[in-house]
Ligand binder design. Structure first.
Ligand SMILES: NC(=O)C1=CN([C@@H]2O[C@H](COP(=O)(O)OP(=O)(O)OC[C@H]3O[C@@H](n4cnc5c(N)ncnc54)[C@H](O)[C@@H]3O)[C@@H](O)[C@H]2O)C=CC1
Ligand SMILES: O=C(O)CCC(=O)C(=O)O
Length: 349
């Protein structure tokens, strides 16, 4: 296993990780440790190129800096990616080799689940590193973060909907959900229980048919999700999906979901605002998972107490962001980004 530093002016450190014996190629990015050790999940995807993986890990780790600050956690921002198909190329040897790279950073970066990873995978990582959370078993084990992530997104959806329409009741409100993986599925459960009407899509056909059976959801093709007649759009898959092409198609009045880095560029936040669509900034809406993960990193015994308190505080933060954005007639994404940047520079001073 070979770890080499990739030069960067935007991040504290970026490492390229390779192991020819098991076919491992990935990256670890530490964006900032100003508020504490960097924390953020490990993603495995069949990226088109090493450059695409590097770009993703850089954006994701910066997002974690903002997310952890917004959630009031004493954690900095980091993230890791492995290039490969998690269904066919994820082996215990590959995970162990990556875990040795994490261990070599001596606690500057803590990992957990992201796309393509499960608590069982975290247990394999834990054979080689102490700096892993989201474990299935153990004294402070926090397990799968996704149910708590979805709980936070559900709060954010209600808060954003109420800000726009004056009520947080979701009965008969039409919500389009992109991605029915860990987060998307739990979110559909919350929304269905609240009486929302679901419109769903996923690249995995089985997940879509299960949502149709379980929630009475309407299924649409992958690219049709943007233009469907709906009230709220909840992106819960990949990043960069709010861009010039997709924003032009949206018919919703609110976008609030769990995917990281939903805006392709910062200008897309302003484009949503210009179109009259209220956007819940992703790094505020999806902070539940890392709040749950933090209980394990910081060895907090009263997990539910900590999670409830931090989720409630996050909801207050979102309300304040939406109010400030409305008062200044600007995008909530711009307000949120500025607020966390100020918080980080003040706390670090
Ligand atoms: N798992 C967690 O607790 C957290 C996850 N997130 C973010 O939420 C998003 C989803 O994460 P997970 O549910 O954990 O991942 P996952 O891998 O379990 O689910 C992702 C789902 O999206 C589907 N998908 C992929 N590309 C798609 C496309 N173009 N159109 C429609 N569906 C597509 C996949 O088939 C899969 O069902 C990611 O962006 C992740 O970074 C953010 C915070 C915490
Ligand atoms: O909740 C998780 O998956 C760990 C934190 C993280 O990677 C994220 O919030 O994106």
């Amino acid at each position: 296993m070979n770890v080499t530093e990739v030069p960067s002016t935007s991040h504290e450190a970026i490492y390229e990780v390779r192991d020819q014996d098991c076919g491992l190629h990935g990256f670890i990015a530490i964006h900032s440790t100003r508020l504490g050790p960097a924390a953020g999940g490990l993603r495995m995807r069949p990226y088109d190129s090493a450059e695409a993986a590097l770009k993703d890990v850089m954006r994701l780790s910066e997002g974690m800096t903002y997310k952890n600050a917004a959630a009031g956690l004493s954690l900095g921002g980091g993230k890791a990616v492995i290039i490969g198909n998690p269904s066919t190329e994820k082996t215990p040897d590959l995970l162990r080799a990556f875990a040795r790279a994490i261990q070599s950073l001596e606690g500057r970066y803590y990992t957990a689940e992201d796309m393509g990873m499960s608590p069982t995978d975290m247990a394999i990582l834990a054979e080689e590193t102490k700096f892993v959370a989201g474990l299935p078993n153990g004294e402070f084990a926090s397990g799968d973060p996704s149910p708590i992530t979805a709980r936070g997104i559900f709060n954010a959806i209600k808060t954003t909907w109420a800000h726009r329409h004056g009520t947080d009741t979701l009965q008969d409100v039409r919500v389009s959900v992109q991605g029915l993986g860990h987060v998307g599925w739990y979110l559909c459960e919350f929304l269905h229980d609240a009486g929302a009407k679901l419109i769903v899509t996923d690249t995995v056909a089985d997940r879509v048919s299960r949502a149709v059976e379980t929630f009475g959801a309407k299924a649409v093709a992958i690219d049709a999700i943007y233009g469907v007649e709906a009230d709220i759009f909840a992106p819960c898959a990949i990043g960069g999906i709010l861009n010039e092409i997709t924003i032009a198609q949206l018919k919703v009045s609110v976008v609030a979901g769990g995917a990281n880095n939903q805006l392709a560029t910062a200008a897309d936040g302003a484009a949503l605002h210009a179109k009259g669509i209220l956007y819940a900034p992703d790094f505020v809406a999806n902070g539940g998972g890392i709040i749950n993960v933090a209980t394990e990193i910081q060895q907090i015994s009263d997990r539910e107490g900590f999670v409830s308190e931090k989720l409630a505080a996050l909801d207050v933060t979102l309300k304040s962001i939406l109010n400030q954005a409305a008062a200044a007639n600007i995008s909530p994404a711009d307000v949120a980004t500025k607020a966390v940047q100020t918080k980080i520079s003040e706390q670090a001073a």
